[in-house]
Design a protein around this ligand. Structure first.
Ligand SMILES: CCCCCC/C=C\CC(=O)SCCNC(=O)CCNC(=O)[C@H](O)C(C)(C)COP(=O)(O)OP(=O)(O)OC[C@H]1O[C@@H](n2cnc3c(N)ncnc32)[C@H](O)[C@@H]1OP(=O)(O)O
Length: 244
């Protein structure tokens, strides 16, 4: 099991992304480890997505390093040879949702206050093509298009209805259910499951691998624009105001 632990909201900072990638690599290289449940140890939050402070007021070099780390975590989770189950025990906007979408199966706590979705448009930013591709592969084109254009955050019941999460369970049963799902998936021979997973996901993975540097350049150019920086600052201020 891998528990995200970076209070207060598990925002995906460069440090957390790097630690996450190292831990995944260790598991991946351990032949005895055939599956991983990804969850959070922060109450009510799975992950608040990318750490916005990493994308505000920093240098081009920093944005480059940060975005490479975001790509890396997606490549590792999405193309993992292990069975990956997301036990979504709290809200999971944007990058947090991407982590869950990249797993093989998603179980979410049945709490209508928890929300999940790719809400980038609400921040004035655009989800990159590989976020979009991952989303489309889970929910289909129409639902992904509407949800992305509106930057929707869906409540847990709504997310289940849309197929964004596979199952809802009472919070106290989440880990038990995740373990049961893992056992079910691990009952199959690894090679058949792994080859099937690769067949289904390879086109999307290859697309980023082929355009990785271009994608970084795009991100750095986009995020460095004063208008985008202004939107992000305003969004952070809104988060802080909402609190007080
Ligand atoms: C070509 C260009 C491509 C660009 C693609 C970019 C792709 C990905 C985008 C992202 O992932 S951007 C991140 C999107 N995330 C969000 O919109 C979530 C924002 N946060 C929230 O909605 C809430 O914080 C929460 C997660 C629902 C939790 O609410 P709660 O009430 O429990 O906590 P808060 O009081 O709101 O927050 C505590 C503390 O954390 C700060 N914070 C929250 N989220 C982030 C974040 N993502 N990054 C950095 N910091 C975050 C928040 O401001 C509070 O700070 P303080 O006021 O305590 O200093």
């Amino acid at each position: 099991m891998m528990k995200l632990k970076s209070p207060p909201v598990n925002s995906l900072s460069l440090e957390l992304l790097t630690e996450f990638a190292i831990s995944l690599e260790k598991l991946e290289n351990n032949r005895a480890c055939r599956g991983v449940i990804i969850t959070s140890s922060v109450p009510k939050i799975f992950s608040s997505g990318l750490d916005i402070t990493e994308m505000c007021g920093k240098s081009m070099e920093h944005y480059t390093e940060f975005w490479r780390a975001v790509q890396e975590i997606w490549l590792r989770v999405y193309s993992s040879s292990m069975v990956t189950v997301a036990a979504v025990n709290g809200s999971s906007p944007a990058g947090g949702c991407l982590i869950a979408l990249s797993c093989d199966y998603r179980i979410m706590a049945e709490n209508p206050k928890f929300s999940i979705g790719l809400n980038e448009a609400q921040l004035g930013i655009v989800a990159p093509f590989w976020f979009k591709d991952t989303f489309v592969n889970v929910v289909g084109h129409r639902i992904a298009e509407r949800s992305l254009q509106l930057g929707s955050l869906h409540s847990a019941p709504e997310a289940h209805k849309l197929g964004l999460v596979d199952e809802l369970v009472p919070e106290e049963k989440l880990m038990e259910k995740a373990a049961a799902v893992m056992a079910q998936w691990l009952a199959l021979p690894d090679h058949a499951r792994q080859l099937t997973k690769t067949m289904m996901r390879k086109p999307v993975v290859d697309r980023l691998v082929a355009h990785r540097e271009e994608d970084i350049k795009n991100f750095v150019t986009f995020i460095s624009k004063e208008s985008i920086q202004k939107s992000l600052r305003m969004y952070m201020e809104m988060l802080k105001k909402r609190k007080s």
